[in-house]
Design a protein around this ligand. Structure first.
Ligand SMILES: [Zn+2]
Length: 115
């Protein structure tokens, strides 16, 4: 298994049981990093990839009833997908708070988009 020597596996388990596994190619630069630094780098990289303005909401069941309970949004198409699907919807886990969201699950700007 000579190829395993090319990579260094770093495993760290958080107190809450979350496991972080990083596989890094061995080179002079990564050899200088501690396990903790490698995990931190990985988390920074993941955080950068996640779009903070694209939150995901659980899909209400049944969706049709939930949709009827929302209020009309602005009279304009969604700036992202162009469909007339903007609704003023209650924010999950934030009682009393409502936000204009696109309700098309195919729209990447929608909190119901699944990729
Ligand atoms: Zn949209």
């Amino acid at each position: 298994m000579a190829e395993n020597n090319d990579y260094r596996t770093v495993i760290r388990e958080d107190e809450d049981g979350t496991r972080h596994i990083a596989l890094v190619r061995r080179d002079p630069e990564t050899e200088q990093l501690t396990d903790d630094q490698i995990i931190t780098h990985l988390q920074e990289w993941r955080a950068k990839r996640e779009q903070p303005d694209r939150e995901r909401w659980p899909i209400p069941e049944p969706f049709g009833d939930w949709l009827k309970a929302t209020k009309p949004g602005p009279i304009e198409p969604c700036p992202h997908c162009g469909s007339w699907s903007l609704r003023l919807a209650p924010v999950p886990d934030a009682p009393g708070e409502a936000r204009v969201v696109c309700t098309m699950s195919e729209c990447q700007a929608s909190p119901f988009y699944r990729d």
